[in-house]
Design a protein around this ligand. Sequence first.
Ligand SMILES: [Mg+2]
Length: 336
Amino acid sequence: MPDDKQPLLFPLDDEPAQTPAKPAAPTRRSRLLGAVLGAAIGDAMGHPTEFVGSFDAIRSRFGPEGVTGFRLYWDRDDQHFAPYTDDTQMAEIVLRSLLEEHTDLAAAMKRMAEGFVHWASHPQGGHRAPGNACMAGCRALERGAHWSEAGGATAGGCGSVMRAYPFGLVFADDLAKAEEWSVAHSKLTHRDPIALAASAAMAVGMALVLAERDPAWVGSEMVAAACRYSARTAVMMAQAIEEARNGTKPEVTLQRLQGWAAHEAIAAGLYVFTRHPDDPRTAILEGANTPGDSDSIATLAGALVGARCGIDALPAEWVREVERSTELTELANRIG
Ligand SMILES: [Mg+2]
C-alpha cells in the first residue's frame, strides 16, 4: 500500500505551467459533495455526445467549441433537468449499498447485487444506454449466480469503473479496503483483469484525492494499483499521464483512448484530470467533448476533479440543473 516514502513513478518538478491558481482548500465535506456531484454532472454533460463518433462530428453538431454546458434537458414530473445516464444510476446503487453495509464484504456485495437486479428491471427514470455486460451480469445475478462469478470472465468494458468512485469516498481512510471492495464489486458484472485494474485504480485515486494528495502522486498510485491486476492497463494509464504532461492534445490522446473498454476509460479520465486538476469546468467539458464513451470519461474526470476542488468550484448552474441534484447532495452528505 502507498505511503509517503515510496518513490513516485513520475517526477513532481515539471508541473504544467498553465495550471490556474489553486483556490483556498475546500473542506472534506465540500470534497465529498464535489465528487458525487462532479461525477453526475460529467455524466450528464457527456450524455448528448456519447454516440457522436468524432471530434468533427461533435463540432458540427454542437458548435466550434463542442458542448460548453448542458445541451440535453428533460422535463418530467414538473422538473426541468439535465439527465445523467446509467453511470450515475449504478453509482448511486453502489454508494447507497456501501452506506448501509460497510463492514461485511459479502453482505455488501449481496445488497449491491439486489440493487443492480432491481435497477435492471425497474431503472429509475428509464434505462440510459446501459452496457451489455452490466445487463448480462444483472441477469446472471437474478438467476442466482454468486456475486463473484456473475460478471463475464472477459467483460472488460467501462461499466464497473464508471461506478467505482464511491469506494474511494466511503473508505477514504483505508486504501486497501477501498481497492479490495472495488475490485470485488466489479465482478458482479465485469471480471476481465482490465476492469478489475481500472476499478482498483479509481477507488485508490478517489481516496488519495480526498486525502489532498498532489495530482502527480495520485496518478502514480493509480497506475500502481492498476498494475496489481493488469500490466497493460497500467502501461496505458502511464502513457496517458505522460501525454497529459507533455502537452499531447486531446485530439490525439482521446481519439485513441475512447473509453469503451475499462483500461481506456480510466486512462482517459486520468489524462483529463492530470491536465486540469484545478479546473472542474474545463475538465468536465474536455471529458464530455470526446468521440468515445463521453459520459463515462467525463464522469471519471468529474469525480476526481470534484473531489480535489470541492463543490463550490463546480459551476453553480451545473450543480443546480443536473438530474436529482437535491437527492445526490443528500446522499453525499451521508458519507462519513
Ligand atoms: Mg453511460
